[in-house]
Write a protein that binds this ligand. Structure first.
Ligand SMILES: CC(C)(COP(=O)(O)OP(=O)(O)OC[C@H]1O[C@@H](n2cnc3c(N)ncnc32)[C@H](O)[C@@H]1OP(=O)(O)O)[C@@H](O)C(=O)NCCC(=O)NCCS
Length: 139
């Protein structure tokens, strides 16, 4: 049975990323830069792009995941799990960070399921919807 494969994205896949993620257009600069720097990863199965994510070191020089997205038709089958497995293996810092809006309960449930802990809250990025920072010690 084919498994979900995770690997660095290539620039020719940005169109597929735009096709699955309605918010990707507004993050195109970040995505293009991440692809160019080998910081954007795709999850695929049978050649179908199921999701993607970015990890960089732009947050106080710590491993940081600013973006992850799984195609709505392929959620709850372990796609984000595979992407985060890859990020955590590749992360060069002892702690990895990520953030999400307070309103994003699925992402918070996902992070808690991976034993991420609350690291802080930043107000005033999105009006009325604080940004919650999580982290996990890796080693
Ligand atoms: C949050 C998100 C990345 C999760 O991706 P996913 O591939 O569905 O997650 P997984 O299948 O790997 O989930 C692993 C575990 O996380 C938890 N989890 C994931 N989604 C959940 C949800 N909607 N509700 C409750 N728990 C959830 C569960 O414990 C799940 O294990 P289970 O399915 O065996 O119960 C996905 O819903 C998504 O792309 N959302 C839109 C983009 C987004 O919000 N990104 C984060 C901010 S940048």
């Amino acid at each position: 049975m084919p498994v979900i494969a995770v690997r660095p994205a290539v620039s020719g896949e940005i169109e597929q990323i735009l096709a699955i993620d309605p918010s990707a257009e507004s993050r195109l600069t970040l995505i293009q830069s991440a692809v160019n720097h080998g910081e954007c990863f795709v999850a695929e199965k049978n050649g179908v792009l199921l999701g993607y994510g970015v990890m960089n070191y732009g947050f106080f020089d710590r491993g940081f995941v600013p973006l992850i997205y799984v195609d709505t038709a392929h959620r709850r089958v372990g796609v984000a799990t595979c992407l985060f497995d890859e990020f955590e293996v590749r992360c060069k810092t002892g702690r990895i960070f990520t953030s999400t809006n307070l309103s994003n309960l699925p992402m918070q449930a996902f992070l808690v399921s991976r034993r991420y802990v609350l690291s802080g809250v930043i107000q005033d990025l999105d009006e009325g919807d604080p940004e919650i920072f999580y982290s996990k010690r890796l080693r």
